[in-house]
Design a protein around this ligand. Sequence first.
Ligand code: ATP
Length: 287
Amino acid sequence: MPNSIEITDLQKRLGHFVLSIDHLQVPTGFITGFIGENGAGKTTTIKLILDMLRPNRGQIQVLGRDAQKDGSLAKADIGYVGDDAGYWASMRLRTIANITAPFFPRWDWALFDKLLSRFRLDPKAKYISLSKGMKKQFELVIALCHHPKLVILDEPTANLDPLVRRDILDLLLEMMEKEEVTVFFSTHITSDLDHAADYIVFLHQGKMLLFGDKDTIIEGHRVVKGPASLLSPGSEDKFISIQKNSFGFEALTDDPQWALDTFGKEAIYERPDIEQIFIGYTRKEDR
Ligand SMILES: Nc1ncnc2c1ncn2[C@@H]1O[C@H](COP(=O)(O)OP(=O)(O)OP(=O)(O)O)[C@@H](O)[C@H]1O
């Protein structure tokens, strides 16, 4: 199966907010990072994929099944970590696992124990006694220990310290080496994606701005810096976005060759990171 998620012609209205995605594919066997500012529509998209919300229009295929008609059949193959796991606060971790395991035919107790000890979580601890980061780690253990084909994570690393964030990303990468797993990962911490993602989706105010292979996207862009005297009205308009100050300009281009031909050796050309590209496209849309 080339794509684990395929979205076509999707529209969802929530009050004044409109989510509108013409086409989105999440390739099987890779990590796709889903980036957007607060309120961009990431959680709404994920809830639609999981059939927790119904669209006003459009089709969503998840693991080859229609999310609205028989999405429940795909649920055993999906590991999901969202905002609120909804676990009973006073339950012990082992009890939560005992209740969850029967829903998943490939539940793996050995993997559950291994992952719990990796995160130094005590199975006898009560869920309420865990810190925010430990709760996320436990939710991730539950999501991964039934060998899901598709892992959907809604901002799993928000509020976590860098060490825990890196540990979670490393765990995902290790899993993907051993079995074919697809990961769809929403975040606004773009540095996590610099490290881990293969594909990137940018969402802004309910619309997709960009989708593609991360390395190709980065290679296709440059941050150009130089003195303001290099600029002309025509060249300014060709940038995706530009910022000027008393020292000169800093701009994002999706045509590195044009920039080199236009500004030559007087400008500096830098490879952007994901955050610089995302901010550049967001500024362009907001102009
Ligand atoms: N039940 C609802 N009724 C009305 N508006 C809603 C509802 N749920 C979400 N929204 C609106 O939809 C928009 C998108 O919200 P969503 O939670 O999908 O964003 P997000 O990208 O996940 O943001 P964040 O990074 O802050 O979690 C927001 O403007 C939000 O206020």
